[in-house]
Design a protein around this ligand. Sequence first.
Ligand SMILES: [Cu+2]
Length: 223
Amino acid sequence: MRSSSLTLGLLATLLPTTLSQSTPAPIVTGNPQGAQYIATLPNNASLPNGTFIITSASDGNGVYVQVNVANLPASGGPFLYHIHLNRIDSSGNCSTAGSHLDPYNGTEAFVCDDANPQMCQVGDLSGKHGGIANGTNYTVSYVDQYLSTQPGTPAFFGNRSIVVHFANKTSLTCANFTMPAGGGGSGYGSGNGGAASTVVIPVAGSSAGGAAATVTNLQTVTA
Ligand SMILES: [Cu+2]
C-alpha cells in the first residue's frame, strides 16, 4: 500500500517530462467544405516556379494537396518542401519563414518516417509524402490527414508559408499561402494580394477546433 502512493508520486513528477516530448498529431476532422489556400512561387527564370494548392478533403478529414512545380534544378535534390510558421516578408527572403509548422513538437532530429506520418512535423510535407527528384517538372497530389483549413486550430496553415529546399535544406524558393480570389464562398473579404498578414476568420458551422487548441498550448510551454 505504501509503495503504491510512492509510485503515484513518481508518476506525477515524470509526467511533465513526457508531455514535452513529441506527441502524435491527431487526424484533423471537420475541415470546412471548399476552403482552399494557394501558395504561388515567385516567377524567377533561375528558380522553380509553380503552385501548391491545398483544399479541405471532401469528407472534411484533412486536406487534399496538389503540387505542381516546374523548372527544378537538375541536381541538388531530392528537394524538400515544408510549411513554415511565418509569412515571408516583403523582402522575399525565405529565411523570414522561420521554423516549421510543428504544433505537436516533432523534433528536427526525429527522422520523419512516412509509415508513421502522425509522428512527423505537421508541416513536413515532403517527409510524409516524398521529396521532389532532380528534374524539370513535378506534379503530385495526395491527402494529408494532419493539416487544418479551420483558422485558429493548431494545424491551420492558411496564414503561413511554404519553402522549397535543396536536399541539404538550403532554401530554394518560397511563397505565402493566400486564398484564391472568389474561392470557397465563405465570405472572405480580401483577394490574393500580398498585404494579408492576417487571415479573416470565416465563421463556419463547426466548432470542433476548440478542444485541440487547448492541448497545443500545453505542449508549447515545454518545447
Ligand atoms: Cu523547410
